[in-house]
Design a protein around this ligand. Structure first.
Ligand SMILES: NC(=O)c1ccc[n+]([C@@H]2O[C@H](COP(=O)([O-])OP(=O)(O)OC[C@H]3O[C@@H](n4cnc5c(N)ncnc54)[C@H](OP(=O)(O)O)[C@@H]3O)[C@@H](O)[C@H]2O)c1
Length: 207
């Protein structure tokens, strides 16, 4: 089982935290509003604890469950408190019309996080291609990307503990394309699929 810290107290923190507790993982919650962190930890149960904002997280895996424009500033603020940690970026940096990315075509939030992360930290992109309701109720494939095989193995084990299937798409530069998959998913919800109750996955043909 894994030891995780959720930075953020919103919808995705609650959903990942709920599945993490159900999967027998150790969960800590940190929020810029301590009362929200305490309320979420209490709601999660399973011995979930809170940590002080900016302190060294208890978890080996630190999930930044923040709006995309807060991820790099918060990792910068935490600075050496994240040394040696596996930082998981789940964000979708949508543009204003949800049909493109908010940043240039050369990068991703996860790659920008890697630039400010302290020594020994690793960054993994994960969970961004799954709508929260699907993550709550379903068994979607979870695409992950990162440069450290060891960090990805740890995140994959955590994902498996949630009863979900991790699928490695490659190095951290693939995080850009996973963010693009997030855009595609919203496009499908608004057009061809017509609702939000689905997830993209991989079907392998036998033989
Ligand atoms: N919801 C989905 O279906 C879904 C699916 C896949 C990925 N994602 C991604 O998951 C991330 C979280 O989404 P969500 O739905 O959980 O959003 P949310 O419910 O709005 O929660 C956002 C959290 O981020 C915190 N936050 C935002 N900016 C911050 C900053 N500058 N410094 C510190 N804390 C900050 C908020 O704190 P306060 O409460 O104090 O404001 C809140 O705890 C987003 O990047 C989103 O793109 C969402």
């Amino acid at each position: 089982m894994s030891s995780i810290t959720l930075i953020g107290t919103g919808n995705m923190a609650r959903t990942i935290g709920t599945r993490a507790v159900a999967g027998g993982n150790t969960v800590e919650v940190m929020g810029r509003d301590q009362s929200k962190a305490e309320a979420l930890a209490t709601a999660l149960g399973g011995g979930a604890t809170t940590g002080k904002w900016g302190a060294v997280p208890a978890g080996d895996i630190v999930i930044a469950a923040l709006l995309y424009d807060g991820v790099v500033p918060v990792v910068t603020e935490y600075a050496d408190a994240l040394a040696g940690k596996v930082i998981v970026d789940i964000s979708n940096p949508f543009n204003a019309t949800f049909d493109g990315l908010a940043h240039s075509e050369e990068t991703s939030i996860a790659q920008e996080v890697a630039k400010v992360a302290p020594a020994g930290a690793s960054v993994v992109k994960a969970f961004n291609t799954i709508f929260r309701d699907v993550l709550e109720k379903g068994r979607p494939n979870v695409f992950i990307a990162g440069d450290s095989a060891q960090a990805k193995a740890g995140v994959a084990a955590f994902i498996e503990s949630l009863g979900l299937r991790p699928l490695d798409v490659g190095g951290l530069k693939m995080a850009h394309w996973l963010e693009g998959v997030g855009v595609v998913t919203v496009g499908l919800a608004a057009n061809g699929v017509g609702h939000w109750d689905f997830a993209l996955g991989v079907d392998e043909l036998a033989g």
